[in-house]
Design a protein around this ligand. Structure first.
Ligand SMILES: O=c1ccn([C@@H]2O[C@H](COP(=O)(O)OP(=O)(O)O[C@H]3O[C@H](CO)[C@@H](O)[C@H](O)[C@H]3O)[C@@H](O)[C@H]2O)c(=O)[nH]1
Ligand SMILES: O=C(O)[C@H](O)COP(=O)(O)O
Length: 295
């Protein structure tokens, strides 16, 4: 059958609540956040009001503060999230910077059978993202991972991806992982996964967490284990091109590792802004082993 596509309103909230109750599944919303004091409060408060206080769709909202130096922790907590600093979770396992690290560490402080990830920097989005991502997991036991896709306001076409999506992820998929070619937004930060499945995966500590999860899932369980859901419109804060160079390096490293070209735990990216003196950026490319070994 392949990677199936659905629309967020293919399921009613009442229907999902019923399925969740019948199956006895708990849901965790995990929001990895690094210096997102400006937006994390609204992400937490709106999901809490719509899906926790009025209905029982979400059982816990957990923000993983990923080495923030702003007020992310306090803002998220006062908006109603449980907040953990990534570095303080399971200190026996050490700490690394990065989004994937925050997501991997979340498995040690959450309890949901289903884990929904949402970025903290969203400024055009809606709470239906969460039930939309849960729909395939609550209706088909074969589905392990659900990816969101969305229209990006201002893009040339509504389903155009971001710069790394178009220039790195899609070309990699075309060359190495064509079985993922049906995915509209392979790098979307809005996705959901069964806890047991995510705990069985190797997780890059940085921004390659999404591509790695997709590749490892399609290889281990086939395309029927992945679904994608149209979430409508989503807009986020944009990073500088030079910062996206680090993201691209991480995604390329994870892809290469999956075709047998293992690298070191970090790469030195040399960028040239003005003059011939490079600005050196050390880019972590390491991966955490499957969390299930430590749970
Ligand atoms: O070290 C970090 C860096 C980022 N984040 C958080 O991760 C989310 C997404 O980060 P962002 O820098 O906004 O990523 P994008 O440039 O938007 O990258 C897109 O593509 C990435 C690669 O697949 C995905 O991880 C992102 O979720 C997706 O939005 C945000 O809540 C960040 O605060 C962390 O928790 N720790
Ligand atoms: O998703 C991506 O490709 C990167 O996050 C960059 O997105 P942007 O070009 O919309 O900033």
């Amino acid at each position: 059958m392949g990677i199936r596509a659905a629309h967020w309103d293919d399921w009613s909230l009442e229907g999902l609540l019923g399925r969740k109750g019948d199956l006895g599944q708990r849901v965790s919303l995990v929001v990895p956040a690094r210096n997102e004091a400006a937006t994390v409060g609204a992400v937490v408060a709106r999901v809490r009001a719509a899906l926790m206080e009025t209905v029982d769709l979400v059982d816990e909202i957990v923000v993983i503060d990923s080495d923030s130096v702003d007020d992310t922790y306090a803002v998220a907590e006062s908006a109603g999230a449980r907040v953990h600093r990534a570095a303080e979770i399971r200190p026996d396992l050490g700490t690394h910077p990065g989004k994937g690290e925050a997501m991997w560490k979340s498995l040690f402080v959450t309890s949901g059978d289903l884990v929904v990830f949402m970025d903290a920097d969203l400024h055009d989005w809606d709470t239906h993202f969460v039930p939309g991502l849960l729909g395939p997991l609550l209706s088909d036991p074969a589905v392990q991972l659900v990816k969101g896709f969305y229209d990006r306001p201002g893009a040339e076409g509504p389903l155009e991806g971001g710069r790394v999506t178009e220039l790195v992820a899609r070309p990699l998929i075309a060359l190495l992982f064509p079985e993922l070619g049906a995915l509209v937004q392979p790098l979307a930060g809005e996705w959901a996964v069964r806890r047991s499945w995510f705990a069985s995966l190797s997780v890059p500590t940085g921004y390659a967490v999404e591509l790695a999860a997709l590749v490892d899932t399609v290889r281990a369980a086939g395309p029927d284990a992945i679904a994608q859901v149209d979430l409508g419109v989503r807009a986020h804060r944009h990073q500088a091109l030079r910062d996206l160079g680090g993201m691209a390096t991480q995604i390329l490293a994870a892809a290469l590792a999956r075709v047998g070209v293992a690298g070191a735990d970090e790469a030195v990216l040399r960028q040239y802004l003005r003059g011939l003196e490079p600005v050196e950026r050390v880019v972590p490319t390491l991966e955490r082993p499957a969390a299930e070994a430590y749970l």
